[in-house]
Design a protein around this ligand. Sequence first.
Ligand SMILES: C[S@@+](CC[C@H](N)C(=O)[O-])C[C@H]1O[C@@H](n2cnc3c(N)ncnc32)[C@H](O)[C@@H]1O
Length: 279
Amino acid sequence: MSDLKMSPFVKWAGGKTQLLDKLRKRAPRSFGTYYEPFIGGGAFLLDFQPERAVINDVNEQLLNIYAQLKADAEAVIAAVNAFDAVPCDKEYYLSLRRAYNEKIVSRRLDAECAALMIWLNKHCFNGLYRVNTKGLFNVPYNNRREGSSIDADNLRAIGRYLREENVEIRQGDFEAACATAKAGDFVYFDSPYVPVSQTANFTDYTKDGFSYEDHCRLAELFGRLDKKGVYLMLSNHNVPLVHELYQGFAIEEIDVRRSINRDASKRVGREVIITNFDR
Ligand SMILES: C[S@@+](CC[C@H](N)C(=O)[O-])C[C@H]1O[C@@H](n2cnc3c(N)ncnc32)[C@H](O)[C@@H]1O
């Protein structure tokens, strides 16, 4: 394992910073390749720092940040610093949001696109990532005027880690990302969670959302990989559907504090960590 001090470069819904100790304690002591098919902000990867890893997400702009940091963190840092050099107001925010959306439309996944996404994450309401039906980022301004949007040393450390440990970056559906996992590998699944209330919708993360069928597909994949002898760990809400889908596996209930939630009463909740092995 490498020994860098790293943390997520974006605030991300479902970020696992609160759960790191609990996840680390449940991880297998040794394993082959580490897979994280729903990487998001990567809190666990950056803390755990496995030597061989495959990371994946359906959000290609997010993965572009990992790819750009791996290729040349300095280019991303320079671009964010240039955006930070101008004091922010609503007009400036909207102009950078437009610039970012133009990158999405023209599919220009470059260092500047990565820098725009990081900068917007720090200046948008609640650090949300939300896109409209056309796939364009539409979160409003959070009124932050100045200050640095990055910890440059953190970005450098992440770039170095991704390069030196040769972390493979894939983009697409979680199922395809796990196709190469074999006996002795370790997969951590942190999908969008099953909603706690019946009224919450299933489409908060990207324009693709994560449906009931996706949760069933994930549980089937979990079963198949278990039979192959892959070490598996999964987090989700502590709700009946999750207990039903993972019946027969070790389901541990835990308390977690969440910061991305407008409703304070929903900031503390019960979650589960499911594993298929004893440590
Ligand atoms: C709960 S978040 C992961 C949070 C992450 N563990 C962290 O610490 O920030 C879930 C992620 O799954 C991604 N996602 C949604 N549907 C997906 C799919 N079908 N395949 C792969 N990734 C998907 C979302 O883009 C999002 O980044």
